[in-house]
Design a protein around this ligand. Structure first.
Ligand code: CO
Length: 152
């Protein structure tokens, strides 16, 4: 087990653009494990590598609804449609929630740990989670997009 400390708002790694991952090596596998250990030690539904201090393009999403967790390397939104406002929070900004407008549907492409290309079509909460986590890789926090942020 390697639970990492979750980087909190104000630290510079959260506002940097993360680097693409070129090839699956030992470090990549370790990063995936650390993301899993850290997410499952929290109550969150998603985590991005910069949130454990690593400025690389990897995200983990688990909506905790029984569906399979999604680990994606170099994820990218290729299509989006619709708009939807809903509540979001972030493990790097605990104790607060905000209302954020996101696309209702997104298509996402990325790579798994075997280096295979994976595509997702997502809507609702999963689409929101993809947008939120991919934003982290670009140094963007939900509070930058929220129309309102308030105490939980
Ligand atoms: Co977040």
């Amino acid at each position: 087990m390697s639970v990492k400390e979750i980087v909190q708002f104000g630290e510079s790694v959260l506002t940097k653009v993360s680097k693409r991952i070129e090839g699956i090596d030992k470090q990549t596998i370790q990063l995936a494990k650390d993301l899993c250990d850290t997410l499952y030690n929290s109550t969150g539904v998603g985590l991005a590598a910069p949130q454990i201090g690593i400025s690389k393009r990897m995200i983990l999403i688990d909506l905790r609804d029984g569906s399979d967790p999604i680990l994606l390397i170099n994820p990218k939104i290729t299509e989006q449609s619709g708009k939807e406002k809903d509540i979001e929070g972030c493990l790097s900004y605990p104790g607060y929630e905000g209302i954020v407008e996101r696309p209702e549907k997104v298509k996402v492409v990325g790579f798994n740990l075997k280096g295979e290309k994976i595509r997702y079509s997502a809507s609702g909460l999963l689409a929101r989670a993809f947008c939120h986590e991919i934003d982290h890789l670009d140094g963007v926090l939900y509070i930058d997009r929220a129309e309102k942020v308030y105490k939980e």
